[in-house]
Design a protein around this ligand. Structure first.
Ligand code: ADP
Ligand code: ZN
Length: 602
């Protein structure tokens, strides 16, 4: 383990192991199998990279993400390691080069897609050489129920048969127990030691809000907190993706669309620009994201309600992988709920599937309307308990006001009931507020006792109330496509006046946020900020020269430490987290020059 620590420092430039990294490495060094659950950004890669270096032979890393292999290998090469990948994006000449390096035992690590690995020729070649380990990345792809299912992943169980004695490590960021047991079963990892890390991402600040003009509100958020930062904006439809990307561009941001309807070439270019340039915003449908390894995504914004808490957590998890402060921001509306319900109704899944999907949406909506700590609820969803409120989510930072909504709720429920549970939200509100309307007269609903009983609230307030009633499960939206709202079982005691109901006060106006901002740059005094920007500029030049993303040279957090500590010698530079020997040798002088050119103020 001393050797492992030495590599951590010398090669990667880090002084401490995180989470269970040390134990996982120890287990592999002892030749045992391991199964690792760690959230995105937790530091899974080191768990197999270090043992691969310490054990004799080549480590084989199996990943479905062909598009990312190049960057992963580039990053390792920058660290001075001998890594390569084999996949269909390469020409045959390059493939043969890699194969002969592999057969000559020259590689520390080989990245490969499962379908390639499973080819008889490949298995044969691997049988000829020494292997240090197999790392099965994104191991949840074995799960038939997950959205990333790959059938080749299930065949990976042959590894055990063909290569007995070579330790295997399966890694995933998917948390739920069902996926976990599927991985163990499918990959025959019953003997593996299982390492489960906390899924908390304390550096991400969650904020979810409902209200008008979500796009404008998002713009205020981006402008004030992330004027130069990279981020991802998620929308539900392709159309909206295009519109929002154009709209952000008009406002001077470099914003690029990404969705399944765009030509492959455009998608690839936009993803590359997001990875390689600084401060790019990707506006995307959920088609974007799996395995996006960019560590310095500073915000993830949702302009629509995600389908489930899992999806939400996975998408927001792409922010702040480097552990620096990041924001997860969401705006949602009742319209989103209606639309998602309709999409579910129209999907060709069976009843069981629809029920599950409905339940997931309800849970998501529940999270939105919460008046207690968001993080506690999120972690609870993943069977984890956070003892205290987190202090880094919107409800912790600005506790929402509540009011006694019993009376108003009863009026709304009763109006839904009396109009026959056949109408959408707008109609119900029109009846509640006593609107002069032909359709209402035609239906004789102006004769109802509930006609006009809701004049004490505006239509907007009623939308808010009804949305909360849906979120709390008193009302439901029919999946029949018309968006009719109906009562649930739970509504009865409330209607009868047997229970009381606290509702969340809608934010009256956009309160000026007094809380400390999560923007990285804010932490730096002005003079350090100037140096930080200069270091970033030098990093960009180096990255361009070598055709790699800037973070492959150094992470923001490393540059930030440089800007604060201003190391002027190689020895002092070595103490900065993220500076290993290889990078010190290659980039040390040039960054010291930048620091020298920006002397600390007296
Ligand atoms: P994952 O694959 O789990 O999403 P990565 O392996 O990409 O995460 O690691 C996320 C980031 O954390 C990387 O930039 C990595 O260099 C950094 N990291 C990993 N382990 C450590 C550590 N022990 N100390 C500091 N940084 C670390
Ligand atoms: Zn909180």
């Amino acid at each position: 383990m001393d050797n492992a620590r030495q590599i951590l420092k010398d090669t990667f430039g880090y002084s401490e192991f995180r989470h269970h990294q040390a134990e996982i490495i120890e287990s592999l060094l002892a030749g045992k199998d391991a199964m690792v659950l760690m959230p995105t950004g937790g530091g899974k890669s080191l768990c197999f990279q270090i043992p691969a270096l310490l054990r004799e032979g080549t480590g084989i890393v199996i990943s479905p993400l062909i598009a990312l292999m190049q960057d992963q290998v580039d990053a390792l090469t920058q660290l001075g390691l001998k890594a390569a990948f084999l996949n269909s994006s390469q020409g045959s000449v390059r493939q043969r080069e890699v194969e002969s390096a592999l057969l000559a035992g020259e590689l520390d690590l080989l990245y490969i897609a499962p379908e390639r690995l499973l080819m008889p020729r490949m298995l044969e070649q691997l049988g000829l050489i020494r292997l240090s380990l197999f790392a099965i990345d994104e191991a949840h792809c074995v799960s038939q129920w997950g959205h990333d299912f790959r059938k080749e992943y299930q065949q990976l169980r042959v590894l055990q048969e063909y290569f007995p004695g070579v330790p295997r490590i399966a890694l995933t960021a998917t948390a739920d127990a069902r996926t976990r047991s599927e991985i163990i079963e499918q990959l025959e990892l019953q003997q593996a030691q299982v390492f489960i890390n906390s899924f908390d991402r304390p550096n991400i600040r969650y904020a979810l809000s409902e209200g008008n003009n979500p796009r404008d509100r998002m713009w205020r958020f981006i402008e004030s907190e992330h004027p130069n930062d990279a981020g991802i904006v998620y929308c539900l439809s392709r159309n909206k993706v295009e519109q929002v990307a154009a709209w952000l561009s008009e406002r001077g941001r470099l914003a690029l669309p990404y969705h399944a309807g765009l030509p492959e070439q455009v998608r690839r270019t936009n993803q590359q620009r997001f990875l390689r340039e600084e401060g790019v915003i990707i506006v995307a449908t959920i088609a974007f994201g799996m395995g996006i390894d960019k560590p310095d995504v500073r915000f993830v914004a949702h302009l629509n309600l995600p389908k489930s808490v899992e999806a939400y957590y996975q998408e927001t998890g792409r922010a702040g992988r480097d552990g620096q402060p990041a924001n997860a921001w969401m705006a949602y509306s009742l319209q989103d709920v209606i639309m998602l319900r309709r999409m579910m109704g129209e999907s060709d899944g069976d009843e069981q599937y629809k029920r599950v999907a409905h339940h997931k949406l309800e849970t998501m909506l529940g999270l939105c309307e919460l008046i207690s700590c968001r993080r506690q609820a999120l972690l609870e969803y993943f069977d984890e308990t956070l003892a205290e409120p987190c202090g880094n989510c919107d409800t912790c930072l600005q506790p929402p006001q509540t009011w006694d909504g019993t009376e108003a709720s009863r009026k709304a429920l009763s109006c839904v009931y009396r109009t026959g549970q056949r109408f959408g939200v707008n109609y119900v509100i029109d009846v509640l507020t006593g609107k002069d309307d032909d359709r209402i007269r035609h239906n004789h609903h102006d004769q109802l006792s509930t006609f006009g009983i809701g004049t004490g609230h505006t239509a907007t307030q009623w939308r808010n109330i009804i949305r909360q009633l849906i979120a709390q499960g008193y009302l439901d939206i029919d999946a029949d496509g018309h968006g009719a709202i109906c009562l649930t079982q739970k509504a009865r005691p409330l209607l009868r006046g047997e229970i009381e109901l606290q509702l969340r006060e809608p934010p009256k106006t956009e309160r000026k946020s007094k809380v400390k901002k999560a923007r990285v740059a804010v932490d730096l005094p002005d003079t350090d900020q100037v140096l930080f920007e200069a270091l970033r500029a030098r990093r960009m030049e180096l990255a361009k020269e070598q055709g790699v993303p800037p973070y492959v040279v150094f992470h923001d957090s490393t540059l930030r430490d440089m800007a604060i500590q201003r190391p002027l010698s190689e020895d002092s530079l070595r103490t900065i987290s993220g500076v290993g020997e290889s990078k010190l040798e290659r980039f040390g002088r040039t960054f010291i020059e930048v620091i020298q050119a920006h002397p600390a103020p007296e």
